[in-house]
Design a protein around this ligand. Structure first.
Ligand SMILES: NC(=O)c1ccc[n+]([C@@H]2O[C@H](COP(=O)([O-])OP(=O)(O)OC[C@H]3O[C@@H](n4cnc5c(N)ncnc54)[C@H](OP(=O)(O)O)[C@@H]3O)[C@@H](O)[C@H]2O)c1
Length: 276
């Protein structure tokens, strides 16, 4: 039995769909991760073979002024899950982010690069990674980036709805790797099958800026890409800073002999065919 936490979220719902009958979807109503004390009791009573933790506090800007809740979900709960799964011999997969990096590296970040987050969300996730592996060294911590789907609120759906209203300004100075959730799910399950543990970067191939991605989305939707204008990141009080380069290098995946994820453009075309 594979329990998927965050079953209503963007990534969690993709796992639930892919796993079908083998999966126990777990929502916030069933297990609220801010209630740290309930986590071990839940693992003991359900005793799944594997927990895939897709639940997280993902509101990057809101986290700046709500650090306690972000930390409870992204750090403390992950530590408690790791401790309980390790003690009961249950497998654990949990997700982290490219935002654990500062963003000044030339080229892609590898798993062993030093984390140095620029914002509260990134800091809570980096500390969650550390606690996960300290309490459960057999856990798999998957770092991913720029998640896209057609089913949930994300950059793709935001750009499509903003384009209906007119010109959209998008930052052209943050570079990363868009990742379609269905591709991520497939390759994460492959990594579990080969027994991967520790930190693993999983993203689609290819990289771009948010502006480049928005233009591609506009074009694929049959719109005018010139409706997307380039802008640059600037400091806005209360908003989180984001890394300028957060490209995750995925060479470790090759070493594990797991099929790499396709180029994001291929998958974006396929995903958008389902909605346009
Ligand atoms: N989205 C991205 O671009 C991105 C990039 C890099 C890494 N990641 C990581 O990838 C993972 C999945 O992200 P996502 O995009 O699927 O996030 P999401 O759509 O925001 O889903 C997060 C899920 O966590 C649940 N949750 C939040 N607080 C909870 C709590 N206190 N107790 C129980 N459940 C709680 C939410 O429940 P409700 O449905 O009840 O709100 C939601 O189902 C996360 O670890 C995230 O940090 C995401």
């Amino acid at each position: 039995l594979i329990a998927v936490l965050g079953a209503h979220g963007q990534l969690g719902s993709a796992f639930v769909k892919a796993l079908g009958g083998d999966c126990l979807p777990v929502t916030r109503d069933q297990l609220d991760l801010t209630d740290t004390g309930s986590i071990a009791t839940w693992v003991e009573s359900v005793k799944p073979t594997l927990v895939i933790n897709c639940a997280a506090y993902t509101a990057v800007d809101a986290a700046e002024s709500d650090a306690d809740t972000a930390r409870a979900v992204n750090t403390v709960a992950v530590g408690a899950l790791a401790e309980a799964t390790d003690r009961l011999g249950v497998g654990l997969v949990t997700f982290s982010t490219d935002y654990v990096f500062y963003g000044e590296k030339q080229g892609g970040y590898v798993e062993s690069d030093m984390t140095n987050p620029l914002n509260v969300y990134g800091a809570t996730k980096a500390e969650g990674e550390r606690l996960a592996l300290a309490a459960n060294p057999g856990a798999l911590v998957v770092r991913t980036s720029w998640l896209l789907s057609t089913t949930h609120h994300c950059f793709l759906t935001t750009i499509l709805s903003k384009l209906e209203e007119g010109v959209v300004s998008v930052v052209d100075d943050q570079r990363g790797r868009p990742t379609l959730v269905d591709d991520l799910v497939r390759s994460c399950l492959d990594a579990v099958d080969v027994g991967a543990t520790g930190i693993l970067h999983l993203t689609n191939r290819g990289d771009t800026t948010w502006f480049g991605l928005a233009r591609e989305i506009a074009e694929l939707a049959g719109g005018d890409p010139k409706m997307v204008r380039a802008t640059t990141s600037r400091f806005v009080a209360g908003r989180a800073r984001r890394p300028l380069n957060s490209i995750l290098d995925t060479e470790r995946l090759r070493a594990l002999r797991v099929n790499p994820l396709p180029d994001y453009r291929e998958s974006l075309v396929r995903a958008m065919r389902t909605i346009t």
